[in-house]
Design a protein around this ligand. Structure first.
Ligand SMILES: [Zn+2]
Length: 349
């Protein structure tokens, strides 16, 4: 009689992700990330710095990967890229990319934007996933074709569109999939948008400015090494670059939406000490009994780079004297914006 090999079964089980866990697959056939072939995985950017044109693949990575500036004696990348740019692996004779784009994990399509000019993302899709009962989003941008409509449930690996080059600052040569894994800032996005922009918001709460992307390639790589790694565990391992104390308010939704970010008691909080990465992704939120009237920067990691350049202007100020910068003030407003402000009182009697 042939018996199943229990040891092999045990090894297989230990490599499989826990049932119901957020365990994404790559969104296209390009798997060079897992072979360590970064230049085959990432789409290059066009760099023109001090009269020299280059095409660095690392411009397609997440983080401060763009916008070189000479600061003091060093060249510092100051422009933030919120996702990863994945190269196509198949093109037709005319050079048009043919790669299928697939949902990285099961979930529900919540937004599909078909008009390329409505966003820098071009045609894009947002899928909502459930991670420890909280909403986490994947964003697929610059698509040539969108196959899905909002409300559709998709399986992990199911086709949702075709890779393309729609959107701002991209052409056929640089066709790629821009992928993000993101958390949502605030349901009141529309109100915040209308106070800061004259162009109407065509994407509801799924505007890219309301979705904050994490270091997606690092998550794939870490989870490949450790299949039981959860997304909340990954986030808690990110490096804190600065902390802001934020007054409590019913409109500060982040700790309510993502309890896995929270340390301490939600009910007793009068303010929240929020730890952010240098790009502004929230790493943790600590409940505090102290009051504060307005958001205040409490700490920043010492760095030779000016605060504004190291944090895409989330912070500003002299070394050792950090304060919120332009983008930081706007972000703090968004984090606590009232989704349904009182209409102005009707005038006259
Ligand atoms: Zn991109």
């Amino acid at each position: 009689m042939i018996r199943p090999a229990p040891l092999l079964a045990a090894i297989f089980l230990s490599l499989a992700p826990p049932v119901g866990a957020f365990s994404p697959v790559l969104p296209t056939d390009n798997e060079a990330l897992f072979r360590g072939k970064s230049d085959d995985f990432y789409m290059f950017t066009d760099r023109d710095f001090e009269g020299r044109k280059t095409f660095p693949w690392d411009g397609g990575t997440y983080g401060f990967s763009r916008g070189p500036e000479r600061l003091g004696g060093r060249i510092v990348l100051t422009k933030f890229h919120e996702g990863i740019d994945i190269r196509p692996v198949r093109r037709d004779a005319a050079g048009e990319p043919l790669d299928d784009v697939r949902a990285i994990e099961g979930g529900k399509v919540v937004h599909a934007s078909h008009e390329p000019r409505d966003s820098n993302y071009g045609k894009y899709v947002v899928v909502e996933h459930t991670v420890e009962n909280t909403p986490v989003f994947s964003i697929y941008a610059h698509l040539a074709e969108v196959d899905v409509v909002p409300g559709r449930q998709v399986q992990r690996g199911e086709r949702i569109g075709r890779l393309g080059h729609t959107g701002a600052g991209i052409d056929r040569r640089r066709a790629h999939l821009h992928l993000e894994i993101a958390v949502l800032w605030n349901d009141g996005y529309e109100h915040w948008h209308n106070t800061h922009f004259t162009q109407p918001n065509k994407h509801g709460i799924y505007n890219g400015m309301n979705l904050m992307g994490l270091d997606v390639a690092d998550f794939y790589l870490q989870q490949r090494r450790n299949p039981s790694l959860t997304l909340p565990q990954f986030v808690s391992g990110q490096e804190t670059f600065f902390r802001v104390r934020i007054p409590d308010s019913p409109h500060f939704q982040l700790p309510r939406r993502y309890p896995w970010l929270v340390q301490g008691d939600i009910a007793g909080a009068r303010s929240w000490l929020v730890s952010f990465t240098s790009a502004g992704f929230p790493v943790s939120i600590e409940s505090s009994p102290e009051s504060t009237g307005e958001p205040l920067v409490e700490w920043v990691r010492p760095s030779k780079i000016p605060h504004a350049k190291a944090t895409r202007s989330l912070l500003d100020g002299l070394p050792g004297q950090p304060r919120l910068g332009d983008s930081g003030h706007k972000l703090m407003q968004l984090l606590s914006v009232d989704p349904a402000p009182e209409p102005p009182a009707a005038g006259g009697m």
